[in-house]
Design a protein around this ligand. Structure first.
Ligand SMILES: Nc1ncnc2c1ncn2[C@@H]1O[C@H](COP(=O)(O)OP(=O)(O)OP(=O)(O)O)[C@@H](O)[C@H]1O
Ligand SMILES: [Mg+2]
Length: 233
């Protein structure tokens, strides 16, 4: 089971813009082991974000299937899918996507509240996560009052509030200077090394980031062109 934690089978995805059909994913096959950290590389437009969104059940493939922790997405209702996503997947986006009118603490609590978890226990968990990412002193701030690196750390805390089985991160250090980016990567490294041993799929253009991952996958023209375990060789 844990070797077949996530299975992506023959996934195809096209977008149609006016009369033009864009073939984005052309038969992606990927098996993810539980606890592995994958760096996803590839040229701009090669389909990385699309693949991440499909694995995270934010988008549906046109063809092929995703089986995550024994659940086939195709067999789930829309409601079940959003519940599954909220419970099992933590998303971290390049542009943070924090709600501007909420405080950092409220932003971090939001995914828990969407699951119907309210009250002091969730607040305490959110505080603890923010403390872990070094933002214990910024709880009442609004996102606009934080730096990019701080917002990204808050986004990481938010992605963890429901104890996800999978973390999907789309260029999480793309907007940050190298020192701040390094601090963010250290948080991922700690998550990966922790007892729960998070499974991480991270899109990146940065070779230094890729060097920290267990496995490096290159996408080219909508398929996986290369997959290697540099630390195991
Ligand atoms: N909603 C959409 N409608 C139409 N075309 C789309 C849509 N989303 C993505 N595309 C197209 O699909 C292709 C792949 O996009 P995707 O965002 O997956 O690339 P990417 O590998 O993440 O690139 P980048 O490194 O620039 O983020 C691009 O050519 C893009 O224009
Ligand atoms: Mg992208």
């Amino acid at each position: 089971m844990s070797d077949n934690f996530i299975q992506v089978r023959a996934v195809h995805k096209n977008y149609r813009v006016e009369k033009t059909e864009i073939l984005v994913l052309r038969g992606v096959n990927l098996t993810v082991r539980k606890g592995e950290w994958i760096a996803l590389l590839g040229a701009s437009g090669s389909g990385k974000t699309t693949l991440l969104n499909i694995i995270g059940a934010l988008e549906k493939p046109d063809n092929g299937e995703i089986i995550f922790d024994g659940m086939n997405y195709a067999a789930m209702t829309r409601e079940k899918t959003s519940d599954f996503r909220c419970s099992k997947v933590g998303f971290i986006f390049q542009a943070y996507h924090m709600l501007p009118e909420l405080t950092i603490l409220e932003n971090v609590k939001l995914p828990a509240m969407l699951k119907g978890r309210h009250g002091e226990k969730v607040t305490a968990e959110a505080r603890e996560l923010l403390r872990k990412v070094g933002l214990g002193h910024r709880l009442a701030h609004k996102p606009a009052e934080l730096s990019g690196g701080e917002q990204q750390r808050a986004a990481i805390a938010r992605s963890l509030i429901n104890s996800p089985l999978l973390i999907l991160a789309d260029e999480p250090t793309g907007n940050l200077d190298s020192k701040t980016g390094g601090e963010i990567l250290e948080i991922f490294q700690n998550l990966h090394d922790s007892v729960s041993g998070e499974t991480i799929i991270m899109v990146t253009h940065d070779p230094d980031v890729a060097a920290m991952a267990d496995r490096i996958i290159h996408m080219r023209d909508g398929v996986i062109a290369e997959s290697a375990y540099p630390k195991e060789s």
